[in-house]
Design a binder for this molecule. Structure first.
Ligand code: HEC
Ligand code: HEC
Ligand code: HEC
Ligand code: HEC
Length: 434
């Protein structure tokens, strides 16, 4: 081991221990396989979660399985591996079959190790109940007791899906990837779709098999949409940095893994000249842009909820990280860990409640950032679109936002023809309106 690599190794160990201490639930690596996974069939009977409609007088609806099997894409995640598209991808990657390849099953199913599978476990269930709620081995019997508490369920290994930080980390483990399972550029090159994620929007788009009513709030509390969005933005950025620190330099040959960079910085027509100095934050023309799609939003939010100095500090660290991403691992890990620590610190400094005035100011701030032509990457523009929609919902103004949302959607509907200039002109107009 060369001296410099050894130094980096020590530093990253130090970083991980700091993060674990400061934040026990997030970044202590969520372990969904510590308990046996009994299989969706265990939850599916008509006495349990398989009723046809929500039940009166019970604290949960008991039709969760029905909703999942009928309308939730997670229940067909394994079937996706049986399609021609997946077969082609597997052949391109030299895999025997997508249906048996660990790298596909890790995200498209509840791929518990053999020893953690109960008798009714079926891999065909795809992303089943226990892929999100944790192995039911220790709580299957007790969670139905009339006096069972949520706290006791959690102590028996249930995952705290109601906690935004934990939920974000859980969803991102597949919708972004982790050190151990990641949709590398090799997998993208074989034909896998690009991944994108926004915690509030994806939580809304997954058909809800729970109802946040008075009883729910008494047991679990309630999270305002704005808070869920805000925490999702931060955890997405933190997780992206974390996985990049772990995997960026494990690309093909001498190259880093291209999946960490803005896809369209390489995949766009050469006759479309996009580069400007301020759009690229002074990165050299022709450089690779590390994809941090949440950072423009976080910077705008830091200025609105914090102050301009905080925004400049975070922006400076982001640019340093993007520059370092073009070189060897050591300086990159240094820059990325500094940025990650600052994000964790900033996230934890926020209050629990926000006024509508603050939410509206954040919405204006991110439109203004985009309007100042600071978002050259498609992934950033897409996050601004998602976020504009979420913040309109948070303010209960979805009707008033309707035509603006349609216009904004048109600018990002086709990733191949996305034009940063057009996006900036429209967001500038919207910043004046909202
Ligand atoms: C074990 C991996 C895994 C976890 C954990 C996971 N997902 Fe997914 N999710 C997938 C896969 C794979 C698909 C695509 C399924 C398909 O179409 O084959 C998907 C699809 C979705 C879709 C549909 C997307 C679309 O384009 O229509 C939504 C919404 C979604 N997930 C939300 C979530 C949320 C919210 C969470 C966290 C509470 C979450 N997911 C956790 C793997 C996962
Ligand atoms: C890091 C997790 C991850 C890995 C690894 C992964 N996938 Fe996916 N895959 C997803 C998610 C999440 C989606 C849904 C994307 C969305 O709609 O936002 C998806 C979508 C797909 C789709 C498109 C589904 C549709 O109907 O639109 C196919 C096909 C697919 N994956 C096949 C594969 C195959 C084959 C492999 C193995 C070579 C694989 N995936 C590995 C997470 C992953
Ligand atoms: C993609 C992740 C995901 C999958 C798959 C999933 N859930 Fe959930 N589940 C959630 C989230 C997120 C919540 C809302 C937060 C919470 O209350 O913990 C939730 C809530 C619940 C609740 C709590 C309702 C309440 O009032 O407290 C029950 C019960 C439940 N799920 C059962 C199931 C069952 C049964 C399955 C399988 C058929 C399943 N879930 C599959 C993510 C998931
Ligand atoms: C550093 C430049 C670079 C970046 C960034 C990059 N790619 Fe690529 N991509 C390439 C190259 C080079 C090829 C190989 C092209 C060929 O074989 O003709 C390729 C091939 C592909 C292909 C296969 C195209 C084909 O003709 O079969 C897909 C799909 C793809 N990339 C998707 C992505 C996605 C999604 C991202 C972002 C997550 C991304 N790429 C980021 C350089 C890049």
């Amino acid at each position: 081991m060369s001296k410099s690599i050894f130094r980096v190794f020590l530093r990253s160990c130090a970083l991980l221990s700091v993060i674990t201490l400061s934040s026990p639930s997030v970044y202590a690596e969520l372990d969904v396989f510590s308990d046996k996974h009994l299989g969706a069939a265990t939850c599916a009977t008509s006495q349990c979660h398989g009723k046809g409609s929500p039940q009166e007088g019970r604290n949960v609806q008991l039709n969760e399985y029905t909703i999942w099997i009928e309308g939730d894409r997670h229940s067909i995640a394994y079937q996706t591996l049986e399609t021609k598209e997946s077969a082609r991808m597997a052949a391109n990657l030299g895999l025997e079959s997508a249906k048996t390849a660990k790298i596909c099953l890790d995200c498209h199913a509840d791929n518990a190790p053999e020893a953690s599978r109960g008798p009714k476990f079926k891999i065909r269930d795809g992303v089943g109940c226990e892929a999100c709620h944790g192995g039911a081995e220790r709580w299957i019997k007790t969670h139905t007791d009339p006096d069972a508490t949520h706290k006791a369920n959690l102590a028996a290994g249930m995952i705290a899906t109601e906690t935004p930080e934990v939920r974000a980390e859980l969803c991102l483990s597949c919708h972004l990837g982790t050190r151990d399972k990641f949709a590398t550029h090799r997998i993208m090159g074989a034909g896998h779709p690009r991944l994108s994620f926004e915690l509030d929007l994806f939580s809304t788009n997954q058909p809800a098999h729970y109802q946040v009513d008075a009883d729910y709030v008494a047991r679990k509390g309630s999270i305002p949409r704005f808070n869920l969005w805000l925490i999702g933005q931060f955890i997405s950025a933190e997780e992206t940095l974390k996985v990049a620190m772990e995997r960026l330099h494990e690309g093909v040959g001498i190259f880093p893994d291209f999946a960490f960079f803005d896809c369209h910085s390489c995949h766009h027509s050469m006759s479309q000249k996009r580069w400007t100095n301020h759009r690229a934050d002074n990165l050299e023309p022709g450089s690779l842009r590390l994809m941090l799609p949440n950072m423009a939003i976080i910077e705008a939010t830091a200025a609105t909820l914090g102050n301009k100095e905080l925004r400049s500090a975070i922006r400076g660290m982001r640019i340093q990280t993007m520059r370092a991403a073009q070189g060897p691992r050591g300086p990159f890990v240094d820059a990325a860990s500094q940025l990650m620590s600052e994000l964790i610190r900033t996230r934890k400094s926020f209050p629990d409640t926000f006024s509508n005035k603050q939410v509206a100011a954040v919405r204006r701030g991110l439109l203004a950032t985009a309007g100042a032509d600071r978002t050259s990457d498609f992934g950033e523009a897409e996050q601004i679109y998602y976020s504009f929609e979420t913040l309109c919902l948070a303010l209960d103004q979805i009707e008033a936002c309707g035509s603006a949302l349609d216009q904004l959607f048109d600018t990002i509907a086709n990733a191949d023809t996305y034009s940063p200039g057009k996006f900036a002109r429209l967001t500038k107009k919207l910043a004046a309106r909202f």
